[in-house]
Ligand binder design. Structure first.
Ligand code: AMP
Ligand code: GLY
Length: 401
């Protein structure tokens, strides 16, 4: 099979890395990809949200399966355009991707499916959580414990211009839980813990994610997928919007049981960087089976080993995501030490890998336990450098300790 990976982050590098190990793979293409992906396949200068450009590329390279990584092209209907023109796609239609693209729609589906979620409030009063309704790269949510925090958040959310949702404030540990679907089945694909805040000890603003680990101890992922993903996938099918792709639930494990904070219509970033090293089996066969509506006979299993990833970000991330030109050193040394360095915001200049984005690298390691994986991941982080690199020192510290 010829495969096209759409996107340019460390998530897409991790997906490409696992897809490249498939015996069914003939050619691997990416649009636009990044220098890490370029070592595995061929990158093309087509933007992830350029539907017509992707269709033309898929046609000339005779793509058998397109795997769409990021949410923006999914919500914009790129999967529909490709499918209508005969390209098999792993990734939901624009209609089904509204589960991520519209918080109001997600609430409506959750209610109809009878899945527990944070209650919506009609009036904003602290404590509460204020959310911009549309896509905001993880930056449109404000947890307001005090009236002053709420007052500060209101104009910011208004500025997104997409309307707002007000929710009760829930407490508890968070997990990211994944399932693959062919439109009908919900097949568990493991769980991970993401670290959303920029600073150690969960201080500072939210980001896209600064690190992750998997598995999540004491979590029955399969049972939770039955409880959360399966009814939502059924409900979307009932509405004539079957979900084909990876359905990602952000859950809070409250004292009253698990409650959904949000759904995403794709793999997580950086969660994918810890799921792919643990995945056992043929990823290409699994994604292709989902895309053709035939996940029934496919076994998805994850290794017992643990994985930890630490994101090295730009010095001014998350305020800015355009840190360009700093030389990245030590990539080979980290690989020789047994780590997997997935590239996100990178570019190549004069044969050298340089920074080009916000979340630059995901330094990943596996081990027999979380603490072993964590020790190896941080040892590799110490081998990699670029000027101003910003990262958390406490990824997986509690679970691994
Ligand atoms: P979301 O993009 O909806 O997942 O929200 C981003 C982050 O905001 C979540 O990972 C939580 O840490 C926090 N959050 C969202 N909704 C709530 C809620 N109802 N109660 C408490 N924290 C929340
Ligand atoms: N790490 C959270 C996300 O991918 O949205």
């Amino acid at each position: 099979m010829n495969v096209l990976v759409v996107g340019s982050g460390a998530r897409e590098h991790a997906l490409a890395w696992r897809l490249a190990q498939s015996e069914s793979l003939t050619e691997l293409h990416a649009a636009p990809g990044n220098p890490g992906i370029a070592s595995l396949g061929r990158c093309h200068p087509v933007r992830a949200d350029d539907g017509d450009g992707l269709l033309a590329l898929a046609t000339t390279t005779e793509i058998d399966l397109a795997v769409i990584g990021p949410e923006a092209p999914l919500v914009a209907g790129v999967a529909d355009l490709l499918r209508q023109n005969g390209v098999s796609v792993f990734g939901p239609s624009g209609e089904a991707a509204r589960i991520e693209g519209s918080k109001t729609f997600a609430k409506e589906v959750l209610r109809a499916a009878g899945v527990a979620t944070a209650e919506t409030m009609s009036v904003a009063r602290a404590p509460c959580v204020l959310k911009a309704d549309g896509l905001a790269s993880g930056k449109g949510v404000f947890v307001c414990r005090t009236a002053a925090e709420l007052e500060a958040a209101l104009p910011v959310v208004e500025a997104f211009g997409s309307g707002a949702v007000i929710e009760e404030l829930l407490e508890g540990p968070e997990v990211s839980l994944f399932a693959l679907s062919d439109g009908r089945a919900a097949v568990p694909f493991g769980a991970a813990q993401d670290f959303k805040r920029i600073g150690d000890g969960d201080e500072g603003p939210n980001t896209g994610g600064m690190g992750a680990y998997s598995p999540v101890p004491d979590l029955d992922a399969a049972a939770l997928v039955e409880q959360v993903h399966a009814p939502v996938i059924q409900e979307l099918a009932r509405r004539g919007a079957p979900f084909v792709g990876c359905l990602f639930a952000g859950l809070m494990l409250t004292a009253d049981g698990p409650k959904v904070l949000e759904f995403n219509a794709r793999f997580g970033d950086p969660e994918t960087q810890v799921l792919m090293p643990r995945f056992r089996g043929d990823l290409l066969e699994a994604l292709a089976a989902a895309a053709r509506g035939d996940l029934g006979g496919v076994e998805l299993s994850l290794d017992d080993d643990a994985a930890v990833t630490v994101v090295l970000a730009a010095p001014d991330y998350p305020e800015r995501s355009d840190y360009a030109g700093a030389t990245i050193r030590g990539l080979d040394a980290a690989a020789e030490a047994g780590a997997l360095v997935f590239q996100g915001g990178t570019a190549v200049r004069d044969g050298r890998v340089i920074t080009n984005g916000g979340r630059i690298l995901s330094v990943t390691a596996t081990g027999a336990s979380l603490s072993e994986a964590r020790t190896k991941a941080y040892a590799a982080v110490d081998l990699v450098s670029f000027e101003g690199a910003r990262f958390r020192r406490d990824i997986a510290a509690v679970a691994g300790g």
